[in-house]
Design a protein around this ligand. Structure first.
Ligand code: 3PG
Length: 213
């Protein structure tokens, strides 16, 4: 998939579920439940030993799911994520070595930012689609509106994550610069542990209903 197609898909779908899994099957079953509910973009965080294997399994067994490797915090993980089959990658923060390596591997990368200084560094490295993390804690939508104002003419796009839930996500999406929102409200670990796949599907459906999708 081309980079532009990946960003278009994220924009079109609006919602990104954040997954942290301890077993490969959890990732596959959760992804199937999400797809059933209409959510087709995930961030699968590289925070557990099975994460890379889980990315490969979702890519292989869940056609239609766009899979982002999350918590990519060093260049080595870029190579691993690419080899695992991830379609794109994200990070809570901004590491210029990771950006450079993502370019080397042709892996679309969405760095995380929380301040204007980080935002400008991202722009210097030609990243103009940015994860805003931790969105709610740093001031929510009012904060995002403030920091984005000086860069409006550069058409920077944002994906807020962190503290976003079913009650506040649509507010973020009403801001035109926000192309999508993400979070674990779509895939709480407790539901994954309980194998509550129907509940995950229902939360996805309910979230899309709120969006009128
Ligand atoms: C992330 O990796 O983006 C966050 O863990 C998601 O934050 P949330 O759990 O508050 O949704």
């Amino acid at each position: 998939m081309k980079t532009i197609e990946i960003f278009d898909h994220i924009y079109e779908k609006s919602l990104m579920a954040v997954l942290v899994v301890d077993q490969v099957e959890e990732a596959v079953n959760t992804s199937k439940a999400l797809l059933k509910g209409g959510v087709s973009v995930i961030e699968l965080a590289l925070r557990t030993p099975v994460a890379l294997e889980a990315i490969s399994a979702v890519v292989d067994h869940c056609p239609g799911m766009l899979v982002g490797a999350g918590t990519v915090i060093n260049p080595e993980q870029v190579e691993s994520a690419k080899k695992a089959g991830a379609h794109f990658a994200l990070s809570p923060g901004l590491n210029t070595n990771v950006i450079t390596e993502s370019n080397n591997y042709d892996l679309p990368f969405i760095p995380g930012i929380a301040t204007p200084t980080e935002l400008q560094l991202a722009l210097e490295f030609d990243c103009n689609c940015l994860k805003v993390f931790p969105a709610e804690t740093i001031g929510g939508l009012p904060y995002l509106k403030s920091i984005s104002e000086p860069y409006k003419h550069l058409e920077v796009k944002y994906i807020p994550l962190g503290g976003i839930n079913i009650d506040n996500f649509s507010d973020y999406l009403s801001f035109p610069e926000v192309i999508a929102v993400g979070g674990s409200w779509l895939t709480p670990r407790a539901l994954i542990k309980d194998k509550a796949w129907d509940d995950i599907t229902k939360t996805a459906q309910k979230s899309l209903e709120i969006l009128g999708k």
